[in-house]
Design a protein around this ligand. Sequence first.
Ligand code: NAD
Length: 321
Amino acid sequence: MKTALVLGAGGFIGSHLVKHLKQENYFVKGVDLKFPEFSETSADEFVVGDLRNQNFCAQVFDKSYDEVYQLAADMGGAGYIFTGDNDADVMYNSSLINLNVVNLCVQKKIGKVFYSSSACIYPAHNQQDPDNPKCSEESAYPANPDSEYGWEKLFSERLYLNYARNYKLNVRVARFHNIFGPEGTWHGGKEKAPAALCRKIAEVQDNSSIEVWGDGKQTRSFLFIDECVRGIRRMMESDFEGPVNIGSEEMISVNDLANMIIEISGKRVAIKNIPGPTGVRGRNSDNHLIAEKLGWSPNYSLRSGIEQTYHWIQSEIKKVH
Ligand code: NAD
């Protein structure tokens, strides 16, 4: 039986990944500051604790796992990472986690390590045109991320890649582009655009309006969670170190995304664009490299993923009220 250690297993992507690894018959140990919020963990063992703490980390790495998935990070949607209010915490917390983890991976002779980077590492100057953003892997340098969250991810990518070069650590580095789906954070300030819009639309009455940050013309692409998990596993099974994008190329403006959700809801809802944190003007995954190296491309349409997410958030709201 293969063994996996999933760090950030109480979070959105981590909890889905744990479920998937169990289906593949792994022994899984999960670690997080908290248990998953929306369903029981599927992990064989789950440890609650703070990966910034070196002693705790050393206890977590109790044996030589075949695979480590490093998903733990201080992160959130635009309301968390683009306001500037959390920059010091984001950089300090996530760097410390990665510094602790990478070192223990070498000490404990971990077979393979997956590190989750982000599309937020791409230079701001290549993402000013909403219709034509550039996010091919090699365009990351000269570096100019638009957020401190992106700078930390870039630093940690380099950290894992340096450990690969100097200590022969077997690493895989992927840059996720806006992952969404059921059991993702949908309220509280750390939610991302698809979940926030689903919540706003699910909560309003027919014939009313919702607020959307920015002019709504900013573009993004969104990848459904099952596809993300499939991409992670495909990469871990391959010899390709990365960094590589794991995302969707189905780009849409934020107002069009809101309109898609409004249509799914069956309500008549107007969009009121208001000032708010938005990040870059345009962003889309570039999947040339992942198609070439791993033969991977997403299957789900945005619409089918959003339908599932909207219905899940609607049912969560009903539980609360
Ligand atoms: P998430 O916030 O749901 O999961 C991250 C988990 O890390 C949380 O459960 C959190 O409690 C845990 N964590 C934070 N600090 C910790 C600490 N000190 N000790 C232990 N656990 C700690 O986020 P997610 O969407 O599941 O993202 C997983 C990873 O993928 C993150 O590294 C994130 O930066 C990266 N990523 C996600 C997206 C996305 O769209 N969701 C996009 C790009 C990159």
